[in-house]
Design a protein around this ligand. Structure first.
Ligand SMILES: CCCCC/C=C\CCCC/C=C/C(=O)SCCNC(=O)CCNC(=O)[C@H](O)C(C)(C)COP(=O)(O)OP(=O)(O)OC[C@H]1O[C@@H](n2cnc3c(N)ncnc32)[C@H](O)[C@@H]1OP(=O)(O)O
Length: 289
């Protein structure tokens, strides 16, 4: 696949309208796992996750995502859509190999990068939308729920399945989930580690719409972003902030504590053992296919 990347520091307002090519695909040598395009006509940025086979979120991918999110905002894009280059996986969530038998410094950087990416996405001033064109377990669901709008393709799964792996979804994972589904549904689902099918997710409000193709999903996201066209962006951003500031401040103030809790939990021998068994199961399943 031809990877498309962005150059930072090009203001969207300075991008001329073109008639033939309507997307701006700029490249930076450091981007490895993401493609970032800005549509010249609509001003909407699309961030495509591209780390085969399953877009598992490692340190580098999380860092790239955060950079793209910052670029979209700095360049005054009209909105941001997150999607995947895979036909079957939006993202498999956090890269379990970052947490299984980890190296001390790397695992700290990994968790810190996740916190930063999430704060950037959840607190983004511009409208954000997820075109969920594949499975979105755990960290995949975290990214989707950090966005303001979600549309999903049929016959995939989404949810916070951490308890099934023997790990725990941190409070900020849960708070974003609680923004979109009722508390009772959230508590039951997250304690069970439930992965909702697309139809179930739509039924409980975890996703807003269901469409059949990625193109339709992108179009739905564009419609959502366009729905703000008559709204003052500054007023919109401040209003959004009022809804989200509490979770953002909480994590900002407790970043170090959150990191220490994470390290304490994943370094427990029983948690390492459970993760090892889970990874082994994934590998066996993958070999059978
Ligand atoms: C109270 C305080 C709490 C403090 C915090 C404490 C703890 C930390 C919590 C951290 C929160 C964790 C969040 C996460 O996101 S954990 C990751 C959860 N993800 C999953 O459970 C998904 C696992 N994957 C799958 O179910 C499937 O891969 C799939 C996404 C449905 C796609 O299926 P398919 O297309 O059939 O692909 P394969 O299963 O065959 O996989 C291909 C290869 O990719 C490897 N793989 C898959 N997922 C991951 C992953 N998340 N990380 C690393 N590697 C992964 C899989 O093993 C295959 O590898 P192989 O080709 O080498 O065999």
């Amino acid at each position: 696949m031809n990877i498309i990347r962005t150059v930072r520091s090009v203001a969207f307002s300075s991008i001329p309208n073109r008639t033939l090519s309507t997307t701006r695909s700029l490249s930076t040598p450091s981007a490895q796992y993401t493609a970032f395009e800005v549509n010249d006509k609509t001003g909407i940025a699309t961030l495509t996750l591209n780390r085969p086979p399953v877009n598992s979120l490692n340190l580098e991918l999380l860092t790239e995502m955060r950079n793209c999110l910052k670029d979209a905002e700095t360049n005054k894009c009209k909105g941001l859509i997150i999607t995947s280059s895979s036909n079957s996986v939006f993202t498999a969530g956090l890269d379990l190999l970052e947490m299984y038998q980890p190296q001390d410094e790397r695992v700290k950087s990994f968790w810190t990068a996740l916190q930063s990416m999430w704060m950037e996405l959840y607190g983004s001033k511009i409208p954000t939308a997820a075109a969920i064109n594949g499975h979105a377990p755990a960290g995949g669901c975290l990214i989707a729920t950090a966005c303001e709008y979600r549309v999903m393709l049929p016959n995939f799964t989404i949810g916070l399945n951490e308890t099934l792996i023997g790990i725990v979804a941190p409070k900020w994972f849960v708070s974003a989930f609680l923004n979109v589904v009722p508390r009772r549904v959230a508590e039951q689902a997250i304690t069970q580690g439930k992965l909702f099918t697309t139809a179930e997710a739509h039924h409980v409000g975890l996703v807003d719409d269901v469409v059949n193709t990625k193109e339709e999903a992108i179009a739905k996201c564009e419609q959502f972003i366009a729905s703000f066209k008559n709204v003052n962006p500054y007023a919109r951003a401040l209003t959004k902030q009022q809804f989200r500031i509490k979770e953002l401040q909480e994590l900002e103030q407790q970043r170090e504590k959150d990191l220490q809790i994470f390290l304490g939990l994943i370094m427990q021998p029983s948690v390492q053992k459970a993760m090892g068994i889970y990874l082994e199961g994934l590998k066996k399943k993958s070999k059978k296919q």
